[in-house]
Ligand binder design. Structure first.
Ligand code: B12
Ligand code: SF4
Length: 576
C-alpha cells in the first residue's frame, strides 16, 4: 500500500494544482460538551479521513475539532470563520445532534455565503429532519469521500449541487430529494484509510488532557501509572467498512446500506495493509502505546485474517519494524473467538478485547438478534482471562420486552465476571439511535421516552427519542429506580474522586440494583459483598444511604404524562 501523505509535503498539498483557486473546505467534528466523562475522547476520525482525501486531491482543507480547542468551541469557531470558506461540513451523531446543529447555525450567521454541508450518522438516517433543523444546503449520505470531491468539482465548475450521488437536497417545492450513492470500493476504502492524516491529528493534546484529568503524575505505584498511560496513549484505526450482523439496537450496521439503498459488500484491509497502517501510526504518533482496532467487528466467525495478522505483528515486532511493547485493543463478536485465536491475539500484544455481550439473558439476546452468542460467552471469557487478556464487556441491562428475571440475570452475571477480572460498561436501557431496527419500533412503543432538545442560539427545539424502557411495568419501575440511585451514588463519589474507572461505575450499577431489587428472591449478590468489592478500589467508599428517599421515578407507574406519544414518523426527529 502506498504511504501517500508521507510522500507529499502538506505545503504542496495545499497549493492549487492548475492555477485556479481551489475551494477551501472546513470540516467540523461532532461536538460532545460532556465528552471525557463517559467516553474516551479522541480526534474525530471521520472528518480527519475526509480531510486526508481532500488534501490529497489538492483541496485546502482544515479540521475544526470542537472537543479540543483552546477557547470555547463557539469562540474558536468564530475565530476560524473570520477567513472565508467555500464549503463548511458539519459531522453529526444522534447524541451530539443539538450541539452540532448549534455550531451549524453559528456558521451560517457568520458566513452566509458558505455552502453548508451536513454528514455523518444522523444526516444519513434522518436527512429531512436534520435539514429542517439546520441551515444546510446539502446532506451527504454515508461515506463522505466521493460526494465531497464531487461537491468541490461542481463548485469549481460553478454548477449547482443537486443530484450528486450520495446526497440529499431541498427540491424546488421544498421537499427533500435524495440520490443514493455506492459505498466505497475496497480500493477506495483502502486509499481513504491510508490517506488519514495521522500526523496532523492532535492526539498529543488529547493525551495531555486525559493524563491531567486522571492525575497520572500523582499515582503512587509505577505499574498503575504505566497501565493508565497505555490506556490513554492510544490511537484509533478502522480497517473495515461495516458490520453486517444486524443487531436490532445498532445503527452502524445499517449505515452504508441506507446510503447506498441496497446491501453493501464488506471491505477491509488485508494483513500487509494493516501492518503498513500500524507502522504509519507509530511514525506519525511516536508516543503511542496502544492501537485500537475500532472496526465494528474485528474478527468474523469465518475469518482468514486474524491468525496471519497476529503472526505478522509478532514477526514485525521481532525484527523491530514495530515497537516490541506496542499493545492492541479490538472490538469483537464473542462468538468469533476460539482458544486458538485468543492465544494468537495475546501473543501479538492484544491486552484488552472488547465484546458486545449486551446481556447474559438469552431472551434479551434474542430480542437483540444476538441469541447465538449466548453459549459462547462463558467459555470465551474464561479462556481470555486465563490467557491474561482483559475482556471489556458492553452491556445493556434491559430490553423493551425483558422481565425482572432477565434484569436480575444481568446483575448477577455482571458481578461474577467483574470480580473474575472483566471490565464492564453498562447502559440501563436501549437508546433508540436513528437507523437501528429498534428506533423504527420505538416510534410505536408506549415506553419510548422523548427528551426536549434545544438548539443554542436559535428558538428551535424538538423531541428526540432518548430511551426505550421495558414494557413490563415492574421491570420498568426497577430500572428507573436503579438509574436514579446510580446517579446519586455517582454524584456522591464524584465529589471526592477525580476519575472513576468503568469498574467502579459497574459496581455502582450493581450496588444500586441490589438496593432497589428484591435481592434474595433473585439470588443477587448481597449489598455487603458489592460494597466490599467497591472498597478494594476505593477503600473509603460508603454507600450514599444518607441521601434520603428517592423521588418517585417519572414513569414508574406508566403514567401517560411521562411518555410523550410519538407523532412524527421514524425516530421522532420531527420539530414540534
Ligand atoms: C470510535 C467511536 C467513538 C470513539 C471516537 C469517536 C471519534 N471522535 O472518532 C469515542 C469512544 C470517543 C466515541 C464517542 C461517542 N460516540 Co461513538 N463511535 C465510534 C465508532 C465505533 C466508530 C466511529 C468512526 O470513527 N467511524 C469511522 C469513520 C471513518 O466513519 P464516520 O465517522 O462515520 O465518518 C464517515 C461518514 O459518516 C461521513 N461523515 C462523517 N461526518 C461527516 C461530515 C461531513 C460534512 C461529510 C460530508 C461526511 C461525513 O464520512 C466519513 C468518512 O467516510 C462508531 C460506530 C461506527 N461504526 O461508526 C460509534 C458511534 C459513531 N458513536 C456513537 C455515539 C452515540 C457516540 C457518543 C455520542 C457516545 C457518548 N454519549 O459519549 C460519543 C460522541 C463523541 C464525539 N465527540 O464524537 C454512535 C452514534 C449513533 C448515531 N446513530 O448517531 C455510534 C454509531 C455507535 C452506535 N451505534 O452506538 N465514539
Ligand atoms: S455485532 Fe456490533 S457492530 Fe455488528 S451489528 Fe451487532 S452491535 Fe452492530
Amino acid at each position: 500500500m502506498m504511504d501517500t501523505l508521507d510522500a507529499i509535503p502538506l505545503s504542496l498539498l495545499l497549493k492549487p494544482v492548475d492555477g485556479t483557486r481551489q475551494p477551501h473546505v472546513l470540516l467540523i467534528g461532532p461536538y460532545d460538551p460532556k465528552g471525557g466523562e463517559y467516553t474516551f475522547l479522541a480526534p474525530p476520525l471521520g472528518v480527519w479521513r475526509l480531510a486526508g482525501v481532500l488534501q490529497r486531491s489538492g483541496i485546502p482543507t482544515r479540521v475544526f475539532d470542537p472537543n479540543c480547542c483552546a477557547a470555547s468551541p463557539e469562540t474558536s469557531l468564530a475565530a476560524l470563520l473570520r477567513q472565508p470558506w467555500d464549503v463548511v461540513g458539519i459531522s453529526t451523531t444522534g447524541m451530539t445532534l443539538q450541539y452540532d446543529l448549534a455550531l451549524a447555525h453559528l456558521t451560517r450567521r457568520l458566513q452566509p455565503a458558505a455552502r453548508l454541508i451536513v454528514g455523518g450518522m444522523e444526516a444519513t438516517f434522518e436527512p429531512e429532519a436534520v435539514m429542517r433543523l439546520g441551515p444546510f444546503d446539502l446532506a451527504v449520505l454515508g461515506e463522505g469521500e466521493e460526494p465531497l470531491l464531487a461537491i468541490v468539482a461542481r463548485l469549481r465548475a460553478s454548477s449547482g449541487l443537486e443530484g450528486i450521488p450520495g446526497t440529499a437536497w431541498r427540491g424546488p417545492d421544498g421537499a427533500i430529494q435524495r440520490a443514493h450513492g455506492p459505498a466505497l470500493t475496497r480500493e477506495g476504502l483502502r486509499n481513504a484509510i491510508s490517506e488519514t492524516p495521522y500526523e496532523q491529528m492532535p492526539y498529543e493534546q488529547y493525551w495531555e488532557r486525559l493524563e491531567a484529568s486522571y492525575r497520572i503524575g500523582s499515582l503512587p505505584v509505577k505499574a498503575d501509572r504505566e497501565a493508565r498511560l497505555s490506556e490513554i496513549r492510544s490511537v484509533r484505526l478502522i480497517t473495515l467498512n461495516y458490520c453486517p450482523m444486524g443487531c436490532t439496537f445498532c445503527s452502524s450496521t445499517n449505515f452504508l446500506n441506507a446510503a447506498q439503498g441496497s446491501t453493501v459488500k464488506i471491505s477491509r484491509l488485508n494483513v500487509p495493509e494493516c501492518l503498513t497502517m500500524i507502522q504509519r501510526i507509530v511514525r506519525a504518533q511516536p508516543r503511542v502505546r496502544t492501537i485500537i482496532f475500532q472496526d465494528d467487528i474485528f474478527v468474523f466467525r469465518k475469518d482468514d485474517r486474524v491468525l496471519p495478522l497476529c503472526e505478522a505483528i509478532v514477526a514485525a515486532k521481532r525484527v523491530g519494524e514495530i515497537p516490541p511493547d506496542l499493545q492492541f485493543i479490538s472490538t469483537n463478536r464473542i462468538d468469533a473467538m476460539t482458544p486458538e485465536r485468543l492465544a494468537a491475539l495475546r501473543r501479538a500484544g492484544f491486552r484488552v478485547l472488547g465484546f458486545g455481550v449486551e446481556s447474559f439473558s438469552v431472551e434479551i439476546l434474542r430480542e437483540f438478534n444476538k441469541a447465538q452468542i449466548h453459549a459462547r460467552i462463558a467459555p470465551v471469557l474464561e479462556e481470555a482471562l486465563r490467557l491474561g487478556i482483559t475482556p471489556f464487556l458492553d452491556m445493556i441491562l434491559t430490553s423493551p420486552g425483558c422481565k425482572l428475571t432477565d434484569l436480575a440475570e444481568n446483575i448477577r452475571q455482571a458481578f461474577v465476571w467483574i470480580v473474575a477480572g472483566c471490565e464492564v460498561g453498562m447502559y440501563p436501557y436501549v437508546i433508540p439511535f436513528s437507523g437501528s431496527a429498534m428506533a423504527r419500533d420505538a416510534a410505536r412503543l408506549p415506553t419510548t421516552v422523548f427528551e426536549r432538545r434545544h438548539i443554542a442560539g436559535t428558538d428551535l427545539s424538538w423531541n428526540q427519542p432518548a430511551k426505550i424502557l421495558p414494557l413490563d411495568a415492574d421491570t420498568r419501575a426497577a430500572i428507573l429506580r436503579i438509574e436514579a440511585r446510580f446517579e446519586r451514588e455517582l454524584l456522591n463519589l464524584q465529589r471526592s474522586v477525580s476519575h472513576l474507572p468503568s469498574r467502579v461505575r459497574s459496581y455502582l450499577w450493581i450496588l444500586s440494583a441490589v438496593q432497589e431489587m428484591d435481592g434474595p428472591r433473585h439470588s443477587l449478590p448481597s449489598q455487603h459483598d458489592v460494597t466490599q468489592a467497591l472498597r478494594t478500589l476505593l477503600p473509603e467508599f460508603e454507600p450514599a444511604t444518607d441521601l434520603g428517599p428517592l423521588s418517585r421515578p417519572q414513569v414508574a407507574d406508566g403514567s401517560k404524562a411521562a411518555f410523550r406519544p410519538h407523532a412524527t414518523g421514524v425516530a421522532g426527529l420531527g420539530q414540534r
